[in-house]
Design a protein around this ligand. Structure first.
Ligand code: AMP
Ligand code: MG
Length: 333
């Protein structure tokens, strides 16, 4: 692999396998005495690079796949599968209150998962595929995992402009949640080898797609209120957006209303919450963990597994909240 392949030689081995070998290696083989028999010991390298067909199957099975987009390489998981989404947070060390963008192959697909206003639809149709993400209310029965949206009533959606991403998303035929494929807080990857270097054998599937053209994250535009608000600046600027749809605001810390983790209280259920509880009173609901749980209330993870617990947290809290308990008591975690 390390030799430049300037010329291709096909060699038939005793098991009938065809090998493609480099020029240098070929010269070395030819310089061996011809009256003797040699055994060449060959190894296989377990490279993570996959085809879009293989990768789409892996995604549907709940595995993670790194793939190229025009902005940066993303680390993708089935956005409708809590467990798969939890793996992204786990492997990146990303705080669960930071929601993920779901990726779709076309604007038509995207419109099924979010409630886009007419103007949002027009703008999306002009700029997609491209480096802009829309934050919109969830559509009715939107199957995107509550963990992917960090418990918010809105979802972030993008149609990336990259042939490999498009092919993958079309084949997988599910929304794919994908933040950048790097450890949280580190530099975003713009080459497939950056992903390999960053995660090593922790990521077993990467799609090669060359160098990312833009190399900067997408602009995040919140379309869930009356005036569109840029939650995160990116390749597409405020001026470009305003030339198409008129007034757009940029979120400042005191103006961000829908951006997570910015408010003193966020992702709070309606019921009050008590943590580290080992008992449950009348009128209360209980969220168990490990061996502390009470029938008929749910358990975040009977095995005490934190990844499983993260994948269950948001949707279980919602279920309990619907019962209007006085308190939701949560077992020690
Ligand atoms: P990243 O995946 O690191 O590119 O970041 C995605 C960005 O979109 C983060 O800044 C998120 O906070 C933001 N985001 C994703 N979903 C939502 C949402 N439902 N509401 C507000 N911001 C969101
Ligand atoms: Mg990122």
């Amino acid at each position: 692999i390390q030799h430049a392949i300037t010329k291709i030689h096909l060699v038939k081995t005793y098991r009938g396998t065809l090998l493609i070998i480099s020029n240098d290696f070929w010269s070395m083989v030819k310089s061996l005495p011809s009256n003797k028999e040699f055994w060449l010991r060959m190894g296989t390298m377990n490279l993570p690079y996959k085809t879009t067909k293989e990768a789409s199957i892996l995604l549907r099975e709940g595995e993670l796949v790194a793939f190229p987009t025009e902005t940066v390489y993303g680390l993708g998981a089935d956005a409708t599968n809590d467990k798969a989404v939890a793996k992204i947070f786990e492997i990146k060390g990303r705080p669960q209150f930071n929601p993920l963008i779901s990726h779709l192959p076309t604007a038509q697909h995207a419109f099924e998962f979010g409630a886009f206003s007419e103007i949002a639809k027009q703008l999306a149709s002009m700029l997609w595929p491209g480096p802009i993400t829309f934050v919109v209310p969830r559509s009715n029965n939107c199957p995107i995992s509550w963990l992917a949206s960090a418990g918010l009533e809105t979802v972030a959606i993008r149609v990336p402009d990259h042939p490999v991403a498009k092919e993958l998303l079309e084949r997988a035929n599910i929304p794919v949640a994908a933040p950048s494929a790097n450890i949280s807080g580190r530099i975003s990857p713009t080459r497939s080898r950056h992903v390999h270097e960053e995660f090593g054998s922790n990521i077993s599937s990467i799609l090669e797609g060359g160098d990312c053209k833009i190399g900067l994250e997408s602009t995040v535009l919140d379309f869930s209120g009356t005036i569109p608000i840029i939650l995160r600046p990116g390749h597409i600027t405020k001026e470009q957006l305003e030339s198409k749809i008129g007034k757009v605001e940029i979120a400042s810390e005191n103006k961000i209303i829908s951006s997570p983790g910015m408010l003193a209280s966020h992702y709070a259920p309606k019921a009050r919450v008590k943590t580290r509880m080992t008992t449950v009173m009348d009128g209360e609901a209980f969220l168990g963990f490990g061996n502390i749980s009470f029938e008929p209330f749910p358990n975040l993870s009977t095995k005490g597994d934190l990844v499983e617990a993260a994948s269950n947290l948001f949707h279980m809290m919602r279920e309990l909240d619907k019962q209007n308990p006085t308190y939701i008591s949560i077992a020690p975690i």
